[in-house]
Design a protein around this ligand. Sequence first.
Ligand code: TA6
Length: 286
Amino acid sequence: MPIEQRDKEVILTLPSDESTSVKVLLHGANILSWTIAGKEQLWLSEGAVLDGSKAVRGGVPLVFPVFGKASSGPTSTLPQHGFARLSTWEFLGQVSASPLTVQFGLGPENVSEAFRKAWGFDFTLIYTIALGADTLETAMRVENTSKVNWDFQILFHTYFRIPDVDKVEVNGLTGVSVKDKVSKSDYSESNTTVTVTSETDRVYEDVNNDVLIASAGKPLFHIYRKNVADVVVWNPWVNGSKNMGDFRPEDGYKSMLCVEAGSVSKWTTLSPGQTWECSEKIKSSL
Ligand code: TA6
């Protein structure tokens, strides 16, 4: 069946090809798996904790209302990357048959008391996931249901499965301003193709081009974004992988790359009743 709702997850399966599917964990509305004709497109750690006790290491974790850790302001007492990936979302049902599309919702009633105390604003998130023959589209609608303004950051923290980190190339970032969290420096990307040869943790700000992930020149994933101007590129490399207890196998960094569409280089302010939308569409050639 196209949509299967289980106790803790929802599975989308294309009627035209049952080996093309998406599995979504209600905890975090975290996409755990996206297969095309039986081939897995995303990377999920073998050590990923799926019992709701922590964020999922892999697939597509959702980052909201803060990216990283804020040193001050209303999100400063939230955990890294906020509470969206740490909360159990509601499955709202199927909204379309072609492409096969479902929605999930999150509001204050779904968030722990601790997180509500930490960030006490009223909000609604509607997360839409659409599965095509060789595409996965994720979209988020953010609404301020408070009586006051509040600011947020948002990001799809997508872990792509790649054949070989030594051959991976990211195109579309040339000339873009970079905040490099490893070298702790800011610069403009001078390379036509970004490669990964060590720990990589960069925020590419205001990326106008579509982004292409390739392997030795062979296209893997085309990423099309709306209203998420920034692109984060992250690979923990050898030590980073070893130091994360839920990142397994330890050499898993060789077969993954996070290329994350987000609005994180600045804060977006919503006034009461205002809504804001973004989306990421990934076309796979893996
Ligand atoms: O998106 C890159 C990043 O912010 C890195 O700095 C690294 O912390 C990564 O996210 C994973 O964060 P997590 O909280 O999931 O361990």
